[in-house]
Ligand binder design. Structure first.
Ligand code: UD1
Length: 359
């Protein structure tokens, strides 16, 4: 049987891998071994996703985290190369745009193991973002790129990908598959969301380095959220990166913070909330899947279709009044969520069908 090594390490990758792993098992034609790099290691950032989403237990845990970009990527590459030389898989599967993605792709490609990249072709056109660097490099060295949207494909074409020997496949978005599948189970299994009794509330997440590592931006975002919270409760599952920095800087965040939640709770919070405010890539789309408007605290987004659909507004994270105004505007705006922007929820099958015949 063909062997696939899946490399994951950060929270959004567990959600994406859950979809493809399930499709791999259903196919009965591929063997998958999961490597967890350890980038995200807290139980509520990692284990809860494996448990809830029934992701096969990682075959290997590398335990690499909490170091700088170069050390993290380098150490991961070293271990991944050792594993690949030993296991000799037919291909390596990587997801998204984290340091774990780049480490997996680069380690594999250098020893001529084919690389498949899920969620390929996305661009923010902001080379200050570590995620943008990871995306561009991972795409360029992959053998097949599974693209979630037409925009992703057109980004690749503009970069000249027609001239490269790389297959480009429009798979649709695996996160839509996940949302559809797990939304049927989440109401009986969520834990935290039940405790949120507000009739209306804003769901907020924040973790991007561009926001958390810039004291001025972080301070403005907190000011804006504190202001909004006076009008409507803001519920914020706090990412460890953000929690650490807010504590260090002694910033007075007055909204309702809760620990990071698992996938089922996130779905229930999405179903119940009135608006999403975030700097996460994934949550912007999940807001759309659950028919909620979103304000994105960034200067750009990879998910431009959401802007065009009127479901998402970018807000300058340095401008308190602008952020508050956009949040208020999106709270009262009626959007038509009837467009099929992210495929038909069958991305997992499309990816596995390709993997079965290639490599
Ligand atoms: C990473 C990804 C980002 C992705 C995000 C999803 C990179 C460069 N960034 O950002 O693309 O959107 O994951 O969440 O790969 N920490 C904990 N516990 C954990 C995980 C992290 O305490 O379970 C701490 C780390 O020790 C570190 C900080 O949080 O101090 C940031 O973690 P890191 O992995 O560097 O990046 P993320 O901000 O999570």
């Amino acid at each position: 049987m063909k062997k696939i090594i899946t490399i994951v390490g950060a929270r959004p990758q567990f959600v994406k891998a859950a979809v493809v792993s399930r499709a791999i098992i259903a196919s009965g034609e591929l063997e998958e071994l999961i490597v967890h790099t350890g980038q995200h290691f807290d139980g509520n950032m990692s284990k809860v996703f494996f448990d809830e989403m029934e992701i096969p237990k990682p075959a290997f845990n590398l335990n690499i985290n909490s170091v700088g970009h170069a050390a993290m990527t380098g150490r991961m590459m070293e271990k991944i190369e050792e594993l690949l030389l030993e296991i000799k898989p037919n291909a390596v599967l990587v997801y998204g745009d984290t340091n774990s993605t780049l480490a997996g792709a680069l380690a594999a490609k250098k020893i001529h193991v084919p690389v498949a990249h899920v969620e390929a072709g996305l661009r923010s056109f902001d080379m200050q973002m570590p995620e943008e660097i990871n995306r561009i490099l991972s795409d360029r060295i992959s053998n097949v790129l599974f693209c979630p949207t037409d925009t992703a494909i057109s980004n690749l074409k503009k970069e000249g990908y027609d001239n490269f020997k790389i297959d480009i496949v429009k798979s649709g978005d695996v996160m839509l598959d996940a949302a559809k599948y797990y939304a049927k189970k989440s109401n009986t299994k969520a834990q935290f969301a039940d405790g949120i009794q507000h009739k209306a509330f804003v769901l907020c997440t924040l973790h991007r380095a561009e926001n958390t590592d810039n004291p001025k931006k972080l301070k403005s975002i907190v000011d804006a959220l504190n202001k909004l919270h006076l009008q409507i409760p803001v519920v914020m599952p706090l990412h460890p990166r953000t929690a650490k920095i807010i504590k260090q800087m002694r910033i007075d965040l007055k909204v309702q913070t809760i620990p990071p939640v698992g996938y089922f709770d996130m779905i229930e919070l999405l179903k119940k909330c009135s608006l999403v405010v975030t700097d996460s890539g994934g949550l912007q789309k999940e807001a759309y899947f659950f028919e909620k408007n979103c304000v994105t605290l960034r200067d750009n987004t990879e998910w431009v279709e959401l802007l065009q659909a009127g479901a998402n507004e970018l807000a300058n994270a340095l401008e308190v009044e602008e952020m508050v105004a956009k949040m208020q505007q999106m709270l009262s705006k009626t959007t038509h969520f009837n467009e099929n922007l992210y495929g038909n929820g069958k991305a997992g099958e499309i990816i596995v069908n390709y993997l079965k015949t290639a490599f």
